[in-house]
Design a protein around this ligand. Structure first.
Ligand code: GLA
Length: 311
């Protein structure tokens, strides 16, 4: 019998380029994701155009952890766009890893699985990314953001206030880590470049302040925090682009009360916050492809649901 598993994409509310130095991140899993429908098989045969090297890398990482060599055959379906900076490669790794584990009756803790998928990303495309995308895709919770300390992997969920809608607006500039400055930035940070270090230190502080504001229900505090994060990513970390900067300005002009680039940068999307009854209008006025997203359950919870008695 075929099984379907789903892994969501993510949007990071605060804490950009902090994960690979052991800092804080605050993503939500979103309702857009990747579904894999599969059956156990002799070999791995998945209809997933462009996914081959990720599949091979995930398989190798899991095999190194002791997964029995059981194949799967199946196909993926996605409503999560690729290249929009919404964590599509992380979601793909997660859904493939969960399916391979399920077919083989092999179990890992969610964060062990996230770490294996993070290593798979590096193995597949050579990008030294952090654990943000895979952790968010696995551990997200409906209605909450995930506060994750990427150094200790301690985490908790922060409920989102009802009076905030989250918008993701796609700049249309295709974001890909390969060939972008992502690895350069990581090297510069590790070499102690003062502006890169300042971004990370101030951004970690902004994650804490964002959590405080959300917990106080102080939505008005979020606009200045988002603005400061965007400025720091643009000026100190230099991962924004003129198109992303213009889109942040246009979202604010269209009525959003907070906006910043999100994800790795060098293209991709921005995240904006608006009052729920204005969100559709903000989206229409910016005239780019976008989504009003909700904080959704991550793949762990989706799996629990799909294996529950279908009654
Ligand atoms: C990409 C990477 C993540 C993280 C972000 C920036 O999404 O995959 O690990 O570094 O960029 O916050």
């Amino acid at each position: 019998m075929a099984t379907s598993l789903r892994a969501p994409g993510r949007v990071n509310l605060m804490g950009e380029h902090t994960d690979y130095s052991g800092g804080l991140v605050l993503p939500v899993a979103i309702q857009l994701g990747i579904t894999l429908t599969f059956e156990p098989a002799e070999r791995i045969e998945l209809d997933a155009p462009g996914g081959e090297r990720y599949i091979a890398a995930v398989e190798q990482e899991l095999s190194d952890l002791g997964r029995p060599d059981v194949g799967i055959a199946g196909a993926v379906e996605a409503d999560l766009p690729q290249g929009a900076g919404l964590g599509s490669s992380g979601a793909f790794e997660v859904v493939v890893a969960l399916a391979l584990c399920e077919a083989a009756g092999f179990q890992l803790e969610p964060l062990e699985l996230a770490l294996a998928c993070q290593r798979a990303e590096r193995r597949a495309v050579g990008v030294p990314s952090g654990i943000l995308d895979q952790a968010a895709s696995l551990l997200g919770r409906a209605g909450s953001a995930l506060l994750l300390d990427c150094g200790t992997l301690e985490h908790r969920w922060v409920p989102l206030p009802d009076d905030v809608a989250i918008l993701v607006l796609d700049s249309g500039e295709k974001h890909a880590h390969e060939g972008s400055g992502y690895a350069d930035r990581r090297r510069e940070l590790e070499a102690g470049d003062p502006r890169r270090v300042r971004h990370v230190e101030t951004e970690n502080g902004r994650v804490r302040e964002t959590v405080d504001a959300l917990e106080r229900g102080d939505v008005a505090a979020l606009g200045p925090l988002f603005a400061a994060s965007h400025a720091s990513l643009r000026d100190d970390y230099e991962v924004s682009t003129p198109t992303l900067n213009a889109l942040v300005a246009s979202a604010l002009a269209a009525g959003a009360f907070a906006a910043r680039m999100t994800g790795g940068g060098f293209g991709g999307s921005i995240v904006a916050l608006a009052e729920p009854d204005r969100a559709a209008d903000v989206l229409a006025r910016t005239r780019v492809q976008g989504w009003i997203v909700c904080a959704a359950d991550g793949a762990i919870r989706c799996r629990t649901d799909s294996t529950r008695d279908p009654a």
